[in-house]
Design a protein around this ligand. Sequence first.
Ligand code: ASP
Length: 329
Amino acid sequence: MNRSLLTIRHLDADTIHEMIDLAASFRTAIMRGETLRPKDPKVIGLLFFESSTRTRVSFEQATSYLGYRFTNFSSSGSSMSKGETLKDTILTLRSERLDGVVMRHRASGAPFLAHQLFDGHVVNAGDGEHEHPTQALGDALTVLSHLKSIQGLNVAIVGDVLHSRVARSNAWLFHKLGADVRLIGPRTLMPTHGGLLPGRIFHDLEPGIEDADVVMCLRLQKERMQDGLMTSTKEYRKMYQVNQETLRWARPGALVMHPGPLNRGVELDDFAADGPQSMILQQVENGIYVRMAALHWIFAQPQAKKAAKATEPPAEKTSKKKSSAGAKA
Ligand code: ASP
């Protein structure tokens, strides 16, 4: 079976570092204006069954920078609107001679089906409430652009943990790389089986973000919420908003992150979103480089080594001990 990137949970720390290193190298290459010319360019299907701005565009950019081609697929306007199943759709796309697919779907696990039917070469671009691995890789690259190492950092993930695939992938990634992960949010928006996620659970913001080096805000995922999970947005804001005042509880200069799209004035205020500590736009840009790395990693298996060599970026290291993803995003 060929490689796919489906979760962070199933990756080991070395592989995570390998992908972040690769992404940092791609960033350097793009910054230098280098053009990558693969000998065996791939054609990637971008299958977004849920809306997306950042992830879709950055996969488009990533495939272009790699010298690959992409083709966009959207379920509306396809035979799915005539009742074709997901399975038959994937098999059809495979016969269209696509080399790989990037898939976002509201059903947790849908990219696993694609992985089986497509014989690998799948990137999970967010499946339901499960995982969003490239978001977490991009977030780690962003953190490593400012802080030497993830080992020993206090990482606070605040908000709607229950519905957030970003929270899941980030909790696993930062835990695997040695951070102290805290999950903060109301009881109704926290998974009951906290044990399924690494990290300590807090229901109050202050102790949760105390001394945090990184504060990640999550969007309230109203589209996945049953009525009544939150008393009111006003109360949520009062208890959990990351803002100029509440950020004082974190380490001075703590990095403020948000995967987007933002509910401005709810999860975070304008100071947190736009101020000097905000990493939000860097997260977006780094999303391109980690998506390049993910695609490259998938096709850089032994049988694809020759083709991959042509896109080999200059070496750059973000190893556990000493990280140098420090080049600016
Ligand atoms: N864009 C992220 C995702 O697709 C976060 C969000 O939608 O809140 O999961």
